[in-house]
Write a protein that binds this ligand. Structure first.
Ligand code: AMP
Length: 399
């Protein structure tokens, strides 16, 4: 009988999943991944196997309208495909672990109570992450679950990097810089000794450039600072989020333009960033393909903000040995990488144009003082590894 670990990443309208299998006595291996999207509107199911071949694609009925019904639908599919196997544990991506969860943890009622207290700090993500845990507990009460946090990797940063300089009573309510994308950064840190051994123990900035985008400054594989702060609105320009803006703008939206909290939240999370600048799309591929001047301006701004933050984090690290690109844009867009590297030439970075077009892994020239790399991220693998380890299911690393 095969043993499986299920990895879930639940959002407001989607449930992403990955299945890892452990053959008798072997390592964890990815089997399939996919998602139910459009939950509550027009739910669709999609899955690929480990070689990226499509193995499922169908529209689901209106009954799939929340976490519980989405999980039921996924469970039916899993039973058909992997019937006879055992799910030994479920690992979840949970956006917020606050200041207290500095590592993944086995879910208990007490842990859930503490994670619920963090909902106000991540209202657009945390409730859905927790709803998926509740749904699994309700359906399969005997299956152990593990919560893996996007914030944990950043705990242990210097006090100055975590500080939000507001009055003490406000800070005591949890207002500090947390940083996110931690599972992605942790994965990159874990493979750097193998893929980029020259820089693994040095000062490195990892650029996670996807529809959400952030930078992490690492020293010896540990987070020293990040461009994300209290929420995932801070830092770089993103697909639909603005990144860092003067908080005075937000006051103006409330006080002078009379916008509601809901309207401002919608604007900041869904209507800003590349989408707002270009007026065309939040998708980098569309912007790079477009001749619209505003699409070009959006790409210019994305590159400008990334290069400016790289300079700031290089200062935080007091110098830089390596720059790593990852996630959708970082892994796939040679043009965006080239432009960010050219803007970072002052740090001693010289690009190898051919290597960059071939997507690396090393994309800097042999003589470059600062080396640059492309390393694909794998947050699900990180969650599978944590889940296997915490549940005592594996002595070996997932592959
Ligand atoms: P992610 O959130 O990591 O899935 O990344 C999504 C982003 O990656 C979107 O903005 C996509 O347009 C972008 N992306 C994916 N492939 C490419 C590509 N070949 N060139 C440019 N951008 C890409």
């Amino acid at each position: 009988m095969n043993d499986y670990v299920l990895v879930l990443n639940a959002g407001s309208s989607s449930l992403k999943f990955s299945v890892y299998m452990r053959p008798e006595g072997g390592d964890w291996r990815p089997q399939s991944r996919g998602q139910i999207e459009g939950i509550g509107t027009a739910p669709r199911f999609f899955a690929k196997d480990a070689s990226s071949a499509v193995i499922a694609k169908e529209n689901l009925g209106d009954a799939v309208c929340d976490a519980q019904s989405a999980l039921e639908s996924l469970a039916d599919w899993l039973r058909d495909r992997y019937g006879g196997g055992r799910i030994l544990g479920v690992g979840h991506r949970v956006v917020h672990g606050g200041a207290q969860f500095t590592a993944p943890t086995i879910v208990t009622p007490g842990v859930m109570a503490r994670l619920r207290e963090l909902i106000p700090l991540a209202p657009l993500h945390q409730p859905y992450n927790l709803a998926a845990i509740d749904a699994v507990a309700q359906r399969n009460p005997g299956v152990p679950q593990v919560a893996c946090f996007d914030t944990s990797f950043h705990r242990g940063q210097p006090a100055v990097a975590e500080l939000v300089p507001l009055p003490r009573d406000i800070r005591s309510k949890g207002v500090q810089r947390y940083g996110f994308h931690g599972l992605s950064y942790e994965y990159i840190a874990s493979v750097m000794p193998e893929v980029a051994p020259d820089i693994a123990s040095g000062r490195v900035i990892v650029a996670h450039l996807g529809s959400g985008a952030s930078l992490c400054a690492m020293q010896g594989g540990k987070s020293e600072d990040s461009s994300f702060g209290f929420t995932a609105l801070d830092g770089l320009c993103m697909g639909t989020r603005p990144g860092a803006i003067d908080p005075g703008v937000v006051l103006y939206l409330f006080q002078s333009l009379g916008l509601s909290a809901q309207a401002v939240e919608d604007m900041l999370y869904k209507k800003s960033g590349l989408l707002a600048i270009s007026g065309v799309s939040n998708d980098m591929r569309d912007l790079l393909d477009s001749d619209e001047p505003n699409a070009r301006l959006a790409v210019d701004f994305f590159v400008y903000r990334a290069a400016k933050e790289i300079g700031a984090l290089a200062a935080a690290l007091r110098g830089l040995d390596g720059l790593v690109f990852t996630a959708g844009i970082g892994e796939n867009s040679a043009e965006v990488r080239r432009r960010i590297c050219e803007a970072s030439a002052w740090l001693g970075l010289e690009l190898d144009a051919q290597a960059n077009l071939g997507h690396g892994p090393r994309i800097s020239s042999a003589g470059s003082r600062l080396s640059a790399w492309v390393i694909p991220t794998n947050e699900e693998m990180m969650i599978a590894q944590h889940t296997g380890r915490l549940l005592g299911l594996t002595g070996t690393r997932a592959r």
